[in-house]
Design a protein. Sequence first.
Length: 405
Amino acid sequence: MPFADSAETCRSGGARVRSMNDGDASSSWRPSLGERWHAWRDRLLASPRFQHAAARFPPTRWIARRRARELFDLVAGFTYSQVLLACVRATWFDRLLERPRTLAELATQAGLDEDAAERLIAAAVALRLLERRRGTQGGVQYGLGPLGAPMAGNTAIGSMVEHHAVLYADLADPLAMLRGRSTTGLSTVWAYAANDDARALDATRVAAYSSLMTASQPLVADQILDAYSLKRHRRLLDVGGGEGAFALAAATRHPHLFVEVFDLPAVAARARERFAAAGVADRATARGGDFARDALPVGADVATLVRVIHDHDDERAMEVLRAVHAALVDDGVLLLAEPMAATKGAERMGDAYFGLYLFAMGSGRPRSAATLRDMLLRAGFATVRPLPTTLPIQTRVLLAHKRTR
């Protein structure tokens, strides 16, 4: 039987664990049955003999191959991301939306010789960003793959892909970053994070992150507005609303609605310019301030926190939630929308991505819907319930209701 060779490994591995656990003769602690089982399993899966046997044994071969692929994807993940970045910078996705292209055309577009372009194309095909097609005159052309097509014309995703170059530089030595040995690039981009006087930031310091947030808003605005209708509301306060992209989307969908953005002074000025350019300045405004120091505008019957709370550590986040609760009229509601940890099917996004991203940024942490619900209740909201969204990996929404006094 293929696993015969690994049996002794498992027994000896378990014995070694017991020996280590029992090394202190004066200790009365003994591992539980569950702990012993996990120790046995870990030793088994770490055994080269078991790995070899599992890859040969037909009933377990598919598991071994799947896990080998998953592990290799973790090893090679940075390379995959860089292939995507290269395609974005070469503007291949937009070009291929127009029509399929030849190797020579794609090479010229990217400024590469054909040998280098062929390597990049092969990588993009393997990642399903591009696909090979037969040309009308014979020969090979290349078109959009199933993962590349959504990138075409999508400035939101393209901006995030470009922005990740900063994150990857911060993660070049992840332990050094986590030990806080150097200033991170992300903390420079997100200049308000861990800044004692964010109100003093000028237009130059807020431009990069304001533009990025504005570019990425289309990824979430429609999902939020589809999840909850604003028809019955008359005044919306978008706290930390940046340049007003979400507020403008809400005002466009609901022409009866008056919208107000509250953000840092330099950011609020950009929002007012945006509203004026869109011709909605008569029912859209922006006020500057720091929600850690300044009172929020009062009188709104609906408030929104769109990708704001996960940017802040617990104490500051609770201050924001209490401030929003105080600013709302009785019977008002809050829509808290952001990617959340422990999202089914997107668990990696929460702790593996946002956990490190926010650490590099210098403030905040990913939180589960359950944790956020508890925070909202502690902030004074009477009820909190989740609202379904079309793409929970991008954003989830909690609806919190302020009790009528």
